[in-house]
Write a protein that binds this ligand. Structure first.
Ligand code: IPM
Ligand code: MG
Length: 354
């Protein structure tokens, strides 16, 4: 089984290195995996002028899954859009049709205090945000900046969803709920936006095939509020690309740190890209202080969803639980009386716990 490792920018290389070490530890015990590293994002712009060079795409195509770090940095912010690091990621999502983005938000008992919310509001939370990842205003055409007839400039983007796109993510949501607590909340803005009224109608149609699953609908503004008021009311939240982007950052804070949240982006044939949901954090890059757990947990998801190695995936997740229980903390989840460790040491602690 082959894994393409794309570390990217900022803290990407440091956190990916720890996940790779964890995978290597498993491979020494017989897990048959090969890894190949390739540049993406700003690193690829520096090397080739393109955030997703053909050579990197080839490495990804030859693999069964991608382990991705993070992309972006102030150095690249003024480049033309096509050369921005984020395009490397967006093009990978589109190229491999990675429409289903799973963003679980789990509150580990040891970290319940680390949330800015009251412990009783978040303790025990286990939520799955399922974000559609290849449609919506992120990819809709036309888009751009134009001059109107009156000579005024205006910026515009297009929000759109096809029936097929909504159907397949709805199926994914209901199937995911069947493995969890049988509840799906579909988030939209049907009171204002045509696209999302259509989303609501199609999700409701697909639901007829899943009568054992309870479906509710919620407007996105209310959902943003309910997520911090009473997050435990949710099991699976399914939503479009942009609302999912925003709500998943919000949900990460329920868990104490954005440095804890892994994600999987899957297509219809279980090919996947796995990445922490956080960004490249240029301000702390190269300092060996970033939390590698989101990336290590992403590697676990990779083993589960793309390589069908449930046992190895569970071992990594249990090792992460163990190091938290043992009191290892990176700076983002630091706690009085507990040992604050750096990126490398946290990676080593996970390997020891394996
Ligand atoms: C995410 C990120 C990306 C997105 C950026 C880096 C393009 O915020 O994965 O949530 O907006 O999808
Ligand atoms: Mg985001």
């Amino acid at each position: 089984m082959k894994i393409a490792v794309l570390p990217g920018d900022g803290i990407g290389p440091e956190i990916t290195e720890q996940a790779v070490r964890v995978l290597r530890a498993l491979s020494r015990e017989g897990l048959r995996i090969e890894m190949e590293t390739a540049p993406v994002g700003g690193a690829a712009v520096d090397a080739t002028g393109d955030p997703l060079p053909e050579s990197t795409l080839k490495v990804a195509q030859a693999a069964d899954a991608i382990l991705f770090g993070s992309v972006g940095g102030p150095k690249y912010d003024s480049l033309p859009r096509a050369q921005r690091p984020e395009q490397g990621l967006l093009r990978l999502r589109k190229h491999f049709d990675l429409y289903a983005n799973l963003r679980p938000a789990i509150v580990y008992p040891e970290l319940a205090h680390a949330s800015t919310l009251k412990t009783e509001v978040v303790a025990g939370l286990d939520l799955l945000i399922l974000r559609e990842l290849t449609g919506d205003i992120y990819f809709g055409q036309p888009r751009g900046v134009r001059t109107t007839e009156s000579g005024e400039r205006e910026g515009f983007d297009t929000m759109r969803y096809t029936e097929r796109e909504i159907r397949r993510i709805a199926h994914t949501a209901f199937r995911a709920a069947r493995k969890r607590s049988l509840r799906v909340c579909s988030v939209d803005k049907a009171n204002v936006l045509e696209t999302t009224q259509f989303w609501r109608d199609v999700v409701t149609e697909v639901h007829r095939e899943y009568e054992d699953v309870a479906l509710s609908h919620m407007y996105v503004d209310n959902a943003a509020m309910q997520l911090i008021r009473n997050p435990k009311q949710f099991d699976v939240i399914v939503t479009g690309n942009m609302f999912g982007d925003i709500l998943s950052d919000e949900a990460s804070m329920l868990t104490g740190s954005i440095g804890m949240l892994p994600s999987a982006s899957l297509n219809e044939s279980s090919y996947g890209l796995y990445e922490p949901i956080h960004g490249s954090a240029p301000d702390i890059a190269g300092k060996d202080i970033a939390n590698p757990l989101a990336t290590i947990l992403s590697a676990a998801m990779l083993l589960r969803y793309s390589l069908d190695q449930e046992e190895a995936a569970t071992r990594i997740e249990q090792a992460v639980r163990k190091v938290l229980a043992q009191g290892f903390r990176t700076a983002d989840i630091a706690e009085a009386g507990k040992r604050t460790v750096g990126t490398t040491e946290m990676g080593e602690a996970v390997i020891a716990a394996l």
